[in-house]
Design a protein around this ligand. Structure first.
Ligand code: SF4
Length: 314
């Protein structure tokens, strides 16, 4: 069983000053041991360190950065069910994550109405079953692959029984941050049904893709899962053409197609990660000049109430 680190782990405490500990009280420090082992603890600029270790900058209040910039509460249709876009819905099936990313757009989400037992999904499933225009369900969270394998399997079987559904999409950081969770039972839970399984991994830096992660991705591919990736453009972590090119090329080499590169959502406590759209566009132009088209993701921002993600184009 994978062990998780938190602020009670003494070996992490020396890296946190008083303000960083305050930030960790607002949004707890949480990372899997596999990620902790890959961090260069002597280098606060290490990209794996910066993504997960709280900092004093999170306490700064910055105009325009708010708790729920995407106004997800407006899109809620039933407990755990959001509909933002036509033809697909998002089912939040777990409030847990394998890791707490400091820039997370749901870092202020309380998951107050989150179903915790399988029978509590019934209202959401009935809502989906009543709308034949829905062809795809996106499992999200938290992280859907933190759900117990048996619960995940049961949920997917119930979704597969809804005749108008065609695809099951899963958004997860587990294959990258905690690949040990990809058990045979978990792979079966996401593939042993009639829906087309699509897994969108969240990955921001090539240093995240170590041999264990790549082996897990290969197992998912062998199991018949379509693999895509999404990344967040993060100041001081991946706002560099060499880093991004290495990330997307490594993903493409391992048959994971880069799908989205997101501009940061303006969430309170994350302004220090923001990359301006002009710089993002300049990076995109460099990537287009260096990589084949299929290895360059779409640069997008999400805006509350819009019918799709908004492409950032120059
Ligand atoms: S894994 Fe995803 S949902 Fe969880 S903290 Fe990171 S960005 Fe947020």
């Amino acid at each position: 069983m994978e062990k998780y680190a938190d602020v009670s782990r003494p070996h992490l405490l020396p890296v946190l000053d008083a303000e960083a500990r305050q930030a960790a009280e607002l949004y707890p420090l949480h990372l899997p041991a596999a990620w902790a082992r890959r961090i260069d603890w002597h280098n606060p600029q290490d990209p794996l360190y910066r993504q997960v270790i709280p900092s004093a900058e999170e306490l700064r209040s910055v105009e325009g950065f708010v708790d729920d910039p995407l106004q997800e509460a407006e899109a809620r249709r039933a407990p755990g069910l959001l509909q933002k876009y036509q033809g697909r819905v998002l089912l939040q099936v777990s409030s847990q994550c394998a890791i707490h990313c400091r820039f997370c757009f749901r870092r202020h989400e309380t998951y107050a109405e989150q179903p915790s037992r399988p029978e509590e999904w019934t209202p959401a499933l009935e809502w989906i079953a009543a709308d034949p225009s829905i062809h795809e369900v996106v499992l999200s969270g938290g992280d859907p692959l933190m759900l117990a394998e048996a619960s995940l399997r049961l949920l997917v079987e119930r979704l597969a029984a809804i005749p108008h559904l065609r695809r099951l999409r899963i958004h997860s950081r587990v294959p990258v941050v905690s690949p040990q969770r990809l058990s045979t039972a978990l792979l079966q839970a996401i593939t042993a049904h009639r829906l087309t399984p699509v897994l969108v991994i969240h990955c921001n830096h090539p240093a995240e893709l170590d041999p264990t992660v790549l082996e897990g991705l290969a197992r998912l591919l062998r199991a018949g899962v379509l693999l895509l990736s999404q990344s967040v453009l993060l100041k001081g972590i991946n706002d560099d053409a060499d880093v991004l090119a290495a990330l997307f090329e490594t993903l493409a080499n391992h048959r994971v197609l880069p799908y989205y590169l997101h501009l940061l959502d303006p969430v309170a406590g994350t302004a220090h990660f923001q990359v301006e759209s002009a710089q993002a566009l300049a990076l995109l132009q460099q990537l287009r000049a260096r990589l084949p088209g299929y290895a360059v993701p779409k640069l997008v921002r999400e805006q509350a109430g819009h019918p799709a993600k908004t492409p950032v184009e120059g």
